[in-house]
Design a protein around this ligand. Structure first.
Ligand code: HEC
Length: 465
């Protein structure tokens, strides 16, 4: 069966792991919204800061300072919303969701990678946030120490962005099991270039989705802050309208860009992009975005209109619906995909068995078509997605010349040499994780094949000299 994160497992997840999984989604949704604000506003602060330096106008400086301070008013809020959730995620992955050793295929490699990537992210995030705090503080001494001030902000923003490249990649690994073999192959430096490019595209789309939502959230937060505090006491009417229009424009432009990124993300997922549920979910997402956009547009075009916290809340609701719904729809998509494959294989096998039975005069029961049936199973059961028969490398090793040759495998992490005979191949199909071929990721799904089907596959592999 398929578990919470879309992986093949032999038993259903215990309840505390399920709760842990949902907690993780909740933590990441709240955290990502906050960090989006930090990244978006500090980046814009840098832009206006630099702009004022080259063409002095106190309005720009004031705005830059306002943007730098917007998410960093409370130090403890940043620790609570920025650092604690990443730590929680790491702890959940490592300890609760994936305890030390509950079975031979556990913890799966992607989650070890996720933990590693998130830890790297955290190591980058801590100095990044500290530098951003320094940047915010140094507006006081900006006139005399512009370079120190500006560079600290630039470095802080850069480090935090880099941290999120790792953190988002780590999350994508956990959420999109389809993608991570590419990445692990990349790390082993023996990857297939096409696979890596495909991976990169979907990876980049995820990261850009994050950045675009970061900007949209920043825009909405500027508006929220603007309406919440009494900006009317401000005597500079030009500045007041700058803040208001800039906030609304930023949120609007980025809210519009979000669907493009989301579809890009979906399209680059090989199996999951067939899911009707996911497209439906995205339609709901689009509707929410439409409502937010109309609201923002009205705000910009009608200066008399009173604002409220709704655009920000709308965006947050959207993020929650989108993330939780997507995780569930994705599980379903993988399940559906597996069911379709199994059904197709069953039909094909029956046809072959009937054909075989008539060819051999009714004695087809114990001989399911031999190598020929094996060849059919190779395509019908999806083995061909990962195994070639001509010696070229895919996600898994090629079957060419496999039979009778020696293979180096990792059994419980230790390398061993085995001969690829009937027993070895049978075990590799039924329990792929027990002996993992060296240099390949442990991603092969356990197969539900009958003995006859396995014999047919082995017969076929024997012919691939
Ligand atoms: C998602 C990709 C994927 C699919 C689908 C897949 N495999 Fe694999 N397979 C792998 C990987 C990766 C390995 C190497 C790691 C390991 O041994 O688990 C492997 C290893 C094997 C081995 C051992 C090969 C060797 O060189 O020692 C056999 C046999 C095998 N698979 C059979 C099958 C059969 C039969 C099917 C279809 C019913 C199948 N696989 C479907 C990825 C896949």
């Amino acid at each position: 069966m398929i578990d919470f994160f879309g992986r093949m497992v032999s038993q259903p997840l215990p309840i505390h792991l399920l709760v842990g999984g949902y907690l993780l989604i909740f933590v990441s949704v709240v955290h990502l919204a906050y960090m989006g604000l930090v990244l978006g506003s500090s980046l814009l602060a840098l832009v206006f800061d630099f702009y004022e330096f080259t063409s002095p106008d106190r309005r720009w400086r004031k705005f830059a300072r306002y943007l730098a301070e917007l998410p960093l008013r409370s130090f403890w809020a940043s620790v609570l919303l920025g650092l604690v959730p990443v730590l929680t995620a790491i702890a959940l992955y490592q300890q609760i969701l994936f305890p030390a050793d509950p079975g031979p295929q556990w913890p799966p490699l992607p989650h070890q990678l996720t933990t590693k990537m998130m830890s790297v992210g955290l190591v980058l995030l801590v100095p990044g946030l500290l530098l951003l705090y320094f940047y915010k503080w140094s507006f006081k001494v900006r006139r005399t120490h512009f370079l120190t001030h500006f560079l600290s902000g630039l470095a802080g923003n850069g480090l935090a962005l880099l941290a999120y490249l790792f953190i988002i990649s780590g999350m994508a690994l956990a959420l999109d099991p389809e993608r991570w073999p590419y990445l692990s192959q990349y790390w082993q430096s023996t990857y297939d270039m096409r696979a890596w490019i495909m991976y990169s595209f979907s990876q980049i789309s995820r990261f850009l989705t994050f950045q675009v939502s970061a900007m949209a959230i920043t825009g909405a937060a500027i508006l929220w802050d603007f309406y919440r505090s009494d900006w009317k006491i401000e005597d500079d009417a030009g500045y007041v309208s700058l803040v208001r229009n800039f906030g609304a424009g930023l949120a609007l432009a980025n809210v519009m860009a979000l669907p493009v990124m989301m579809y890009w993300n979906l399209i680059t997922l090989q199996y999951i992009n067939m899911s009707v549920q996911l497209y439906n979910l995205f339609l709901i997402g689009l509707l929410i975005l439409l409502v937010v956009s109309i609201w923002l547009f009205k705000t910009i075009t009608n200066p008399q209109r009173k604002g409220s916290v709704w655009p920000l809340l709308g965006l947050l609701v959207f993020l929650v619906v989108y993330n939780v719904g997507e995780a569930m729809a994705r599980d379903q998509a993988l399940l559906d995909y597996n069911n379709v494959l199994n059904a197709a294989a069953q039909t094909k096998l029956q046809t072959l068995q009937t054909a075989n039975a008539s060819a051999t005069g009714g004695a087809g029961q114990e001989k399911p078509g031999g190598a020929q049936a094996g060849q059919q199973l190779y395509t019908d059961k999806g083995c061909s997605a990962c195994h070639s028969v001509d010696g070229s490398r895919r996600i898994g090793p090629s079957w060419k010349g496999l039979y009778g040759h020696t293979v180096t495998v990792l059994a419980n992490g230790k390398p061993e040499t085995v001969t690829a005979d009937d027993a070895y191949i049978k075990e590799s199909i039924l329990q792929p994780g027990a002996q993992v071929v060296q240099g390949f990721p442990n991603v092969m799904p356990a197969q539900q094949l009958s003995d006859a089907e396995i014999t047919a596959l082995i017969d076929y592999i024997k012919t691939l000299k």
